[in-house]
Design a binder for this molecule. Structure first.
Ligand code: WT7
Length: 674
């Protein structure tokens, strides 16, 4: 987070009271009620969470204890001894609650006419069939099932079928390229991968199965591949005894066969979802069945004030945690109608979202600041031709929202009156942690407002970062447990512990500041991650790909501010002596990153330099590189550097690069040219 952004945020003094109209029907109807609930949750958290868990979910067997902590007070187990099943909670119980014929899922395909609707009854039928099919492939409780799929109903059906069996789903974002997919399958040792022939993206066909085949040669754990024929490609290579079409597989199972739900322990893993790690290897975040599902339902209900006849749309890809919690588990546990869209916001035209809102009379829209910024840039004309009056609540997630984008969202989508819930959370937290409640919270554009009831968020080490006088700026931590917190890191206890090692409580890796009203202003990552368009990427992972190229001696990757993506990737590269500092090399490095992680990790800028700024012990000082990448000319005190002269060189190199000149000519030569 740059000082400029901090200053911009804090100069934003406008605030917006919650709407009055409709608040009597709201789950949390005003500030007083919110305060009272916060007090209650603080005084007796176990009573509070126990009550929420009973209200929101169906339990086959009740818990012995709401919360059990280990001695070190960083491993927590929620609802111990309890039994439940996530698929039962998201489907079966709604069949007898009057929602049997309600739309559980409305799917809008990339083509306008391509719409599919699943009622709860239809979802039940499909999920049971797929559970039988997976079971026929010997998938059992505790097995890992990797899902490398586009945004299609089969993805949700597969997840709920896994949950029904007690198998653990491991969703892999379909935009990941070779290394990203391989790393996730290998780490989880998945026995089966479910995929599709291809994804449709902005009018293009993007093969998935063909991408997967070479990867699988290095994934010996995978015994079966199930392929959905989505794009109807007819030249898909299918390996005999390993690959099977989804439609052929389920065809063997009738439409009326129930598949009983496995009664899971509340602390059995529901799913594994990888996030970019600090080591270059993806971190497999494990979420529990009881705690996670309670927290997903709880936050969906309170943050979005979901009502029974709402159409609720979370635009996030199911490959991310947002899609898991707010696209599927939260809304379906509540018996709501969730909308899923396969396409992208600006294809074929930048009105796609608004036409969908009008078409299905969407009531709740939850999206990302990067989407808002990109649509804002294309102008209001695209929004004005649609009737957006069905909208009641707006939300954002994934990265700090700049006040300008907030205002645009509020004015042009929210008609200047709708509440915007800016929800701060992470893959590890399972659900929203700091967020307004739509009818109870005064909004300040750019702030995620206050921690939700029962969430003890705080900012530590105020002196660590440079903030404004009299305000706390530092590291955002959560001091106590909550039901949605991760169960652990798969096969990496040490990594799990590292989240708790500095403060003895959960450390988020974000910087934040709290203002005089107790509002949190999130300042972005302060660890080795970069947040590109709301996607967390690891600098270490990208550096490893760059240094694996034979031409590269050293590489350092830092974030740079970007008007559309929030942050973009800036790579400083020291080529080996005999390597030319050429555009070809730059293209080659970019391609290496795209091929390994995927296009979203492609560096925005690659700057060649003859050396890195280093400490006397030889460590690269990334802090200085961050400043230079952000445009600073004076990086301040350089006395701790072993090679202070390099700074001016790198600053000049950046300027040249931006101006399209060869940035990298050594200083002496540069002067001669001048
Ligand atoms: C990181 C978590 C939560 C699901 C999407 C990303 C950033 C998330 C906000 C917000 C400011 C935010 C943080 C966080 N972030 N929401 N409302 N305001 N920053 O999940 O990949 O686990 O990334 O996203 O930096 O640490 P993730």
């Amino acid at each position: 987070m740059s000082r400029e952004r901090l200053a911009a945020l804090l100069s934003e003094k406008r605030s917006y009271p919650p709407p009055v109209h409709g608040r009597t029907q709201a789950w949390i109807s005003d500030g007083e009620e919110y305060e009272a609930i916060c007090r209650r949750a603080l005084e007796d958290p176990e009573d509070f969470w126990g009550a929420r868990a009973s209200q929101l979910l169906h339990w086959f067997k009740r818990w012995n204890r709401v919360l059990v902590a280990d001695e070190a007070r960083h491993k927590y187990r929620w609802f111990t001894g309890a039994r439940l099943n996530a698929s039962f909670n998201c489907i079966d119980r709604h069949l007898i609650s009057g929602r049997r014929n309600k739309a559980a899922l409305i799917w809008q395909g990339e083509q306008e006419m391509d719409v599919r609707c699943h009622t709860y009854q239809m979802l039940y039928t499909e999920v049971c069939r797929v559970a039988h099919a997976l079971s026929s492939l010997r998938i059992r409780k505790g097995d890992h099932v990797a899902l490398y799929m586009p945004m299609i109903p089969e993805l949700i059906i597969a997840m709920l079928a896994c949950a029904r069996i007690g198998a653990i789903h491991v969703t892999i974002f379909s935009g990941y390229a070779e290394g990203g997919v391989r790393g996730r399958i290998q780490d989880s040792r998945a026995r089966i991968v479910i995929t599709a022939d291809a994804a449709l993206r902005a009018g293009k066909i993007k093969p998935l199965k063909a991408n997967l085949d070479p990867i699988l040669e290095k994934c010996p754990s995978v015994a079966h591949v199930v392929v959905v024929s989505h794009a109807r490609l007819n030249n898909v290579s299918m390996k005999s005894n390993r690959d099977v079409w989804w439609h052929d597989l389920i065809d063997d199972f009738t439409l009326n066969s129930d598949f009983p739900c496995e009664p899971m322990d509340a602390n059995d893993t529901l799913f594994l979802l990888h996030t970019s790690g600090s080591t270059g290897k993806p971190t497999g975040i494990m979420h529990s069945t009881g705690g996670y599902l309670t927290y997903a339902a709880h936050t969906t209900q309170w943050c979005f004030d979901v009502r029974d006849d709402d159409v609720y749309w979370c635009t996030a890809d199911v490959g991310w945690i947002t899609g898991h919690t707010y696209g599927i588990y939260g809304p379906l546990a509540l018996g709501a109608t969730t909308l899923m869209f396969e396409g992208v916001p600006a294809w074929p035209k930048p009105d796609r979202y608004w036409s969908i809102v009008e078409k299905f009379r969407v009531n709740i829209l939850y999206t990302a600041p990067t989407v808002i910024r990109s649509l804002m840039r294309l102008g209001e004309a695209w929004t004005e031709r649609y009737d957006l009056s069905s909208l009641r609540i707006l939300g954002t997630v994934g990265e700090p929202i700049n006040p300008e984008a907030w205002q645009w969202y509020h004015k042009h989508i929210g008609n200047g009156e709708l509440p915007i819930v800016d929800t701060w959370w992470q893959t590890e937290t399972g659900g929203a942690m700091i967020s307004p409640m739509p009818y109870a919270t005064k909004l300040k554009p750019g702030s995620a407002a206050r921690p939700l009831p029962g969430i003890d968020a705080a900012v530590m080490d105020a002196a660590d970062t440079d903030g404004e006088e009299g305000r706390e700026v530092g590291r955002l931590v959560i001091r106590g447990p909550w039901p949605g917190m991760m169960l652990g890191v798969f096969n990496d206890e040490e990594k799990y512990r590292s989240y708790f090692s500095r403060f003895g409580c959960y450390e988020s890796g974000d910087g934040a500041q709290v203002d005089e009203d107790g509002y949190f202003w999130i300042l972005g990552r302060i660890d080795d991650s970069i947040n590109v368009s709301g996607h967390r990427l690891s600098t270490v992972e990208i550096e490893a790909i760059l240094t694996a190229c034979p031409e590269v001696a050293e590489a350092a990757v830092v974030p740079m501010p970007h008007s559309l993506k929030g942050e973009a990737i800036y790579a400083f590269v020291v080529p080996r002596e005999d390597a030319p500092w050429s555009e070809d090399l730059r293209a080659k490095l970019r391609e290496a990153v795209r091929r390994d992680i995927g296009p979203l990790a492609s560096p925005e800028r690659i700057q060649f330099t003859r050396a890195m700024p280093k400490t006397s012990s030889g460590k690269i000082i990334r802090r200085l590189l961050r400043k230079i990448a952000a445009g600073a000319e004076d990086t301040g005190d350089a006395t701790s550097l072993a090679n202070p002269e390099i700074i001016a060189d790198i600053v000049r190199g950046r300027k040249n690069l931006i101006q399209g000149k060869a940035e990298d000519a050594p200083a002496e030569k540069d002067q001669k040219i001048d």
